[in-house]
Design a protein around this ligand. Structure first.
Ligand code: ADP
Ligand code: MG
Length: 254
């Protein structure tokens, strides 16, 4: 049975999508069957694995709001073993449209996860930068939550709020939800500040922090324009090696 991992942090630009795409692709390259679920209306993960979000007839929105069968929107990607449930701008309306639905927090769980769990080793959900209903849905559907934290000045800002949201979900919606871990991203070894952030995050969160640190790397930031995960562009680049190491550490924990 597959494991469901939500990649969440309500801060934007911390490396959620980059981590979702490249962890998913790295696990796939390590021969795991992986489904990447794009749950952000910006559809950055969709485009980063080469699926043209604007040209699709249906996406995750239709699965959540119109109860379209998820099988209808599962796409193969150029990365072997990596499939995608794409997103699109319509998803921005979903929170409002789901508001009066019975068990509105369970829609990702019932309409997506229940139908795909047996077919994949891992399902990775890329969340949007908010703690609204879609993120609550992802946390309700997930076995674990993985939190990317950028190695910068305001790194810890908002983490308490995220922890509170996770606690509420554990108490009311998904008692078995666990923390997969914190991943430090965009580390720049030239900056003293980055080293201080790493030390602080390790001091506070201890063994919950992955040993693997994702460094700031140009190949990683260029990859979305090439519509391929960095491991598919240049598996020897520092960025690819970082994410492959993260995938191996992740698998060791699982
Ligand atoms: P989020 O999904 O949390 O908003 P993204 O993954 O989209 O964050 O990352 C924000 C920006 O930072 C993107 O332009 C992305 O390409 C860039 N980025 C993320 N991780 C790295 C990295 N390790 N090295 C260089 N650029 C990165
Ligand atoms: Mg994102």
């Amino acid at each position: 049975m597959g494991k469901i991992v939500a990649i969440a942090n309500q801060k934007g630009g911390v490396g959620k999508t980059t981590t979702a795409v490249n962890l998913a692709a790295s696990l796939a390259i390590l021969e795991k069957k992986v489904l990447l679920v794009d749950a952000d209306p910006q559809a950055n993960a969709t485009s980063a694995v080469g699926i043209p979000a604007d040209e699709l007839e249906a996406n995750i929105y239709d699965v959540l709001v119109n109860d379209l069968d998820v099988e209808e929107v599962i796409y193969e990607t150029e990365t072997p073993n990596l499939h995608l449930v794409p997103s699109g701008i319509a998803l921005a309306n979903a929170e409002v449209e789901l508001i009066n639905r019975f068990r509105r927090e369970d829609v990702i769980k019932n309409n997506i996860i229940a139908k795909v769990r047996d077919k994949y080793d891992f399902v990775i959900i890329d969340c949007l930068p908010s703690l609204g209903l879609i993120t609550i849905n992802a946390l309700t559907a997930a076995d674990t939550v993985l939190v990317p934290v950028q190695c910068e000045y305001f790194a810890l800002e908002g983490l308490t709020k995220l922890q509170n949201t996770i606690s509420v979900v554990q108490q009311q919606l998904n008692p078995s939800l666990k923390i997969e871990g914190i991943v430090l991203t965009m580390y720049d070894s030239r900056l003293r500040l980055a080293k201080m952030v790493v030390a602080k995050v390790r001091e506070i969160f201890g063994s919950k922090v992955f040993d693997t640190i994702i460094h700031r790397n140009a190949r990683i930031s260029e990859a979305p324009n090439l519509h391929l995960p960095v491991v598919m562009i240049n598996a020897g680049s520092k960025g690819a090696v970082n994410y492959l190491n993260l995938a191996e550490e992740f698998m060791k924990n699982n």
